[in-house]
Design a protein around this ligand. Structure first.
Ligand code: NAD
Length: 419
C-alpha cells in the first residue's frame, strides 16, 4: 500500500496550525478572516547585470502580514525555492513568533528567487541594492524591518541599510537588523538563533530529566542556526552524534567534534568531504538514533512519510516550518515533545529587537547583557506557553499559537484596526 502524500501550500499548512489554536481561544470569525489574510504582498522584478555583462531578471517579494503590535519584522531569503506562497507563510509565522515572545513587532518576510551559490559577491550586491530600492517606500524603522534569513548574511544587510540610507539622505541603521557590528549591529546577534534553540532545548531537557551528559543530539543543517546550536549543545555537555548540510549527513555515535566540523565547513564552504563521521543519506539522519533532533535547514522535512521512524524524544524546531501537520499529529500520539519554531528559533528576532532598540538609542550593550536579556525574554515566554500547554492539555505548538493569537487580537481590539 502506498501512502498518499498531500500536496498543500506552505501557507495552507501554516493556517492549519493556526486554526487549531484559534478554535481553542474561541476566535471570532471576523478576526479569523483578518488574521488569515496578509496585509500586503509585493512582487517585483529585479533586473541586474551579471559580471559577464548579460542582463537577467529575478523576482523579489515582500509580504507584510500584520502590523497590529508594531512595525512588521522578518528576514529576507535568497533561495531558488522562494515563492509568494512560501514568503507569505514565513511572514505569517513571524507574526505569531513576535507575539509569542511579546516583541512590539508585527510579521513580515521577503525573498528573491535566486541561487546565491551561483552568484558572485558583486552580483549579490547589485541584486540586494535593487531589492532594497524597490522597497524604499514601505520599509523603515517604524514600518518594516528586514533581517537575514537563508542565503543572506550581515553583509546583505549592510548593502540594504546603505541603499536605504542613500535614499533617505541620512544614516538609518534601524531599517534592518542582523547588520555587522561596525554599522549598528548588535553583539550576540549572529549566535542568537542557535543560542535560543539550545536555551529552549536545555530548559525542556531539564523538565524531562534528560541530563546533557547522557543526551545525544542530531542537528540537520549546519548554517547559522544549526552550526551555532550544535556548538552550544556540545558546550553544554551533550553529545552531538549527527550533523548535515545540503551536501550530505554525518553520523558518529561517539560524538562529532563540533569545533573541528565548524572549522572544516568554514574552510571548505560546506561539510562536503568531512571525515569526522560516517556519511549517510540526508533523509536517514532524521531517523537515526538520538534523543534530541534539531531540524535547522528548510521547511517540511518531517512528514507523514518519516515521522513514525524518528527516534528522538524531543524535537526542537530551529528551522521555520520543518514539521507538517500530519507529522506533528504522529509526534503527539507518540508522546514526542516538539518545541515549535515560533518559540525555538525566536532567539534571532529577539536579539534583532534588541538591535533595533540599540540603533534607536545610539547606545550599544555588552554581549553578556544581550545574552542575559535574551535568556530572560525567551524563557519567560516559553514558560508561559508550557504552563498553558499543560493546563489545557495541548501541544507546545498549539499553546504558543494560543498565546500569540490572544496577544495580537488584544492589540487589534485596543487599536480598532478592523474599523
Ligand atoms: P543558512 O543558509 O545559514 O543554513 C542553512 C543550512 O541548511 C546550510 O548548512 C545548508 O547547507 C543546509 N541545508 C539546506 N538544505 C538541506 C538539506 N536538504 N539537508 C540538510 N541540510 C540542508 O540558514 P540559517 O539562517 O541557518 O536558517 C536555517 C533555518 O532557520 C531556516 O528555516 C530559517 O528560516 C530559520 N531561521 C533562521 C534564523 C536566523 O537568524 N538565521 C532565525 C529564525 C529562523
Amino acid at each position: 500500500m502506498t501512502t498518499a502524500v498531500r500536496e498543500v501550500s506552505v501557507f495552507g499548512d501554516a493556517i492549519a496550525y493556526f486554526d487549531e489554536a484559534a478554535a481553542l481561544v474561541n476566535l471570532d470569525p471576523g478576526m479569523r478572516a483578518i488574521l488569515t489574510h496578509p496585509s500586503r504582498q509585493i512582487i517585483f522584478a529585479i533586473p541586474f547585470q551579471r559580471d559577464s555583462g548579460q542582463i537577467e531578471v529575478y523576482t523579489g517579494y515582500r509580504v507584510q502580514y500584520n502590523f497590529a503590535r508594531g512595525p512588521a519584522k522578518g528576514g529576507i531569503r535568497f533561495h531558488p525555492g522562494v515563492t509568494l506562497d512560501e514568503v507569505t507563510a514565513l511572514a505569517f509565522w513571524m507574526t505569531w513568533k513576535c507575539a509569542a515572545i511579546d516583541l512590539p513587532f508585527g510579521g513580515a518576510k521577503g525573498g528573491v528567487t535566486c541561487d546565491p551559490a551561483t552568484l558572485s559577491q558583486s552580483e549579490l550586491e547589485r541584486i540586494t541594492r535593487r531589492y532594497a530600492a524597490e522597497l524604499v517606500e514601505v520599509v523603515g524603522p517604524d514600518k518594516d524591518v528586514p533581517a537575514p534569513d537563508v542565503g543572506t548574511t550581515p553583509q546583505t544587510m549592510a548593502w540594504f541599510m546603505d541603499t536605504y540610507s542613500m535614499h533617505m539622505r541620512c544614516s538609518v541603521p534601524g531599517v534592518v537588523t542582523g547588520k555587522p557590528i561596525e554599522i549598528g549591529g548588535s553583539r550576540g546577534r549572529v549566535e542568537a538563533t542557535g543560542r535560543g534553540v539550545s536555551l529552549c532545548a536545555l530548559d525542556e531537557m531539564e523538565r524531562l530529566n534528560m541530563a546533557p551528559s547522557r543526551t545525544r543530539v542530531i542537528v540537520q543543517g549546519f548554517g547559522n542556526v544549526g552550526g551555532i546550536a550544535a556548538r552550544m549543545f556540545a558546550d553544554a555537555g551533550c553529545t552531538v552524534v549527527g550533523i548535515s548540510d545540503v551536501t550530505g549527513a554525518y553520523y558518529n555515535a561517539a560524538g562529532i567534534d563540533i569545533p573541528a566540523a565548524i572549522a572544516y565547513a568554514q574552510e571548505h564552504q560546506s561539510l562536503d568531504g568531512y571525515r569526522g563521521g560516517d556519511k549517510i543519506a540526508n533523509a536517514a539522519l532524521l531517523e537515526a538514533d538520538c534523543d534530541v533532533l534539531v531540524p535547522a535547514a528548510l521547511e517540511k522535512v518531517l512528514t507523514v512519510e518519516n515521522a513514525g521512524r524518528v527516534k528522538a524524544r524531543l524535537i526542537v524546531e530551529g528551522a521555520n516550518g520543518p514539521t507538517t501537520p500530519e507529522a506533528d499529529h504522529i509526534f503527539k500520539q507518540a508522546g514526542v515533545v516538539v518545541i515549535p519554531d515560533i518559540i525555538a528559533n525566536a532567539g534571532g528576532v529577539t536579539v534583532s529587537y534588541f538591535e533595533w532598540v540599540q540603533d534607536r538609542q545610539g547606545y550599544f550593550w555588552k554581549e553578556s547583557e544581550v545574552n542575559e536579556r535574551l535568556k530572560e525574554l525567551l524563557l519567560t515566554n516559553f514558560h508561559i506557553v508550557r504552563d498553558l500547554a499543560h493546563a489545557r492539555n495541548v501541544t507546545l505548538r498549539t499553546a504558543a499559537y494560543m498565546v500569540a493569537i490572544e496577544r495580537v487580537v488584544k492589540s487589534m481590539t485596543i487599536r480598532g484596526v478592523y474599523a
